[in-house]
Design a protein around this ligand. Structure first.
Ligand code: AMP
Length: 183
């Protein structure tokens, strides 16, 4: 039987104000996942890093599946080129739909929304609610402050080793994509 292509859910920043290097990183991730024959599941926006990852994934042959709440279709510029664009009623449905469709989760540098999405899949993983890899790609210490605080939570007894270690932190695009098929 032929195996279904992996669906990789990518979370990343939606803000246009970020330095160009972050758009290039998103571009590289899109091309990299497509080169592995994978599909992209993302927030359905054509803006900023979110748009960059989807455009480059499509350009390199990946199928792109966007999930966006109705109320953000204008604000986040829903991507008319998405192979599938799922318009849902609210954020909770967006996350549920993305979770259901994904085989692994990869967070790139991002803002508050990216943090929120990452924490939900990370906490649900260590609680045993799913066993899909949860990976961070952090080439430039974007996430370092947060990760230091999480390690501090561990040393104060608020977080277990297993919980903290269930997040895979990587430095390069290749390492991040490799990690999406481990554990
Ligand atoms: P940001 O990292 O703030 O640029 O946001 C990245 C993406 O996360 C955007 O598409 C936001 O709409 C989305 N986002 C923000 N808050 C949430 C949330 N509570 N649940 C799901 N997605 C969110």
């Amino acid at each position: 039987m032929e195996r279904r292509a992996l669906n990789l859910c990518v979370y990343c920043g939606s803000n246009e104000a970020v330095p160009r290097g972050y758009l290039d990183l998103a571009d590289e991730v899109g091309a990299g996942l497509a080169a592995r024959g994978w599909n992209l599941v993302w927030g359905g926006s054509a803006a900023a890093m979110m748009g960059a990852v989807a455009r480059s994934a499509r350009r390199a042959g990946a199928r792109t599946i966007g999930v966006i709440p109705r109320g953000l279709v204008e604000l986040e510029r829903a991507d008319p080129q998405a192979d599938e664009l799922i318009v849902v009623d609210n954020m909770r449905q967006r996350k549920a739909e993305m979770d259901d469709r994904a085989d692994a989760f990869l967070a790139l540098p991002g803002g508050l929304g990216t943090c929120e999405e990452l924490f939900e899949v990370w906490t649900s993983r260590y609680l045993g609610m799913h066993a899909k890899p949860v990976v961070v790609l952090d080439p430039d210490d974007h996430w370092d402050g947060l990760l230091r605080w999480v390690r501090e939570l561990r040393s104060r007894g608020f977080a277990s080793d297993a919980a903290v270690d269930s997040l895979i932190v990587t430095r390069s695009v290749d390492a991040a994509l490799d990690a999406c098929v481990t554990r």
